[in-house]
Ligand binder design. Sequence first.
Ligand code: NI
Length: 173
Amino acid sequence: MSWNQDLFKRTLDFAAKAHGPQQVPGSGAPYVVHLVKVATEVLRAAAGSFDVDFAMQCALLHDCVEDAGVKVETLHLEFGSRVANGVHALTKDDAVSKPERMADSLRRIKAQPREVWLVKLADRITNLEPAPAHWPAEKRAAYRAEAQVIHDALGEAHAGLAARISEKISTYR
Ligand code: NI
């Protein structure tokens, strides 16, 4: 598998700077650890019939608008409209009511190229690590149920990632 390593590094540098001192909720690891884990899932899945560079960029940048306050316009200027649109679709819209937010987000992701679908699947696969100890049972159940909704909406994009998220769902506690 080959990809543009300079693009990977430039995008990683941008994402690491954008997230600054943020930490992964629960583990306290630097946020960039989450981004690289998602990118790793995506890189492996995308090798073959997907645009690996595009998938990887969306993976590294997927939380920078939602969690780090980067403007979509900045992504347009830095990385072009394809990447900016992909990341925008991966960003939950605060203006949408909370119960509707995931459905709205999935609808917008489904309007994007398949690489963007892979990132959403890979993000949830990465997040289905054991839940933080303080999470109550109903929060875990809701997170698990939401993962199934993501699987059902986007799983057709990639059989391997669909199987992987199913496996994570079945062992999530
Ligand atoms: Ni994420």
